[in-house]
Write a protein that binds this ligand. Structure first.
Ligand SMILES: [Zn+2]
Ligand SMILES: [Zn+2]
Length: 213
């Protein structure tokens, strides 16, 4: 099995987790043996999130999508953003806030689950009143945490350990953009995303009655 960052290997990771006896858990429940907290921080593209969410729903997998209200890259208040939130709910996923410190304003679009975007160590694991911080002590310890940040598994791709039931429980952070867009490195993948975005921007401009002739 080659550990590429694409949807076909993502599917293999999910199937490995199922074979290893893991159950897809939601933040808010205390971690128990066999729980897999599948977390998606949506940094760049709600579109990529929806592609991943649809694949998961097909496999009967429930994940937690954390969306930004202060993103430089997308507008959650746009029609597209509003539709993304409702589609994620329809597909059975938990939707929380990917917040920019110190603003954790939860409104009725979100369940009370917060992940800070690019957190500093000073507040990363601090409890948040009225909400779950996904990095608070009960959900976060290095042995039960894996992340694909910058298209690199620091302790290796987790599929083998999942298949073997090697983690007592696991929080798995997966960024949808990395798996949906092609590229062997983060730099390549981000360039592919930017290219797709540029085509999308031209369509949006045309829809906005901008003359592109
Ligand atoms: Zn792998
Ligand atoms: Zn982030």
């Amino acid at each position: 099995m080659s550990c590429s960052f694409d949807l076909s290997h993502y599917r293999e990771i999910l199937e490995a987790a199922r074979a290893g006896g893991y159950r897809f858990a939601q933040f808010g429940e205390a971690p128990e043996r066999g729980d897999l907290f599948l977390r998606h921080d949506v940094d760049l593209s709600p579109d990529a999130a929806l592609t991943m969410a649809a694949l998961e729903a097909k496999l009967d997998v429930r994940a937690t999508y954390l969306l930004m209200t202060q993103s430089v890259f997308y507008n959650l208040a746009s029609r597209e953003g509003v539709e993304a939130v409702s589609r994620l709910h329809e597909l059975g996923h938990q939707v929380g806030l990917h917040a920019v410190y110190p603003d954790a304003d939860l409104d009725d679009r979100f369940e009370p689950v917060v992940a800070w975007h690019n957190p500093d160590p000073e507040y990363m694991t601090a409890p948040i009143p009225g909400a779950v911080n996904v990095m608070e002590e009960r959900y976060f310890s290095p042995a039960t945490y894996r992340s694909d940040s910058n298209q690199r598994w620091r302790s290796g791709c987790p599929h083998e350990e999942l298949r073997a039931g090697g983690f007592p429980w696991l929080q798995l952070l997966v960024h949808p953009e990395i798996w949906v867009y092609p590229g062997a490195t983060m730099g390549q993948t981000m360039r592919a995303l930017v290219e797709a975005e540029s085509a999308r921007r031209l369509e949006q401009l045309a829809q906005d009655r901008i003359d592109l002739t």
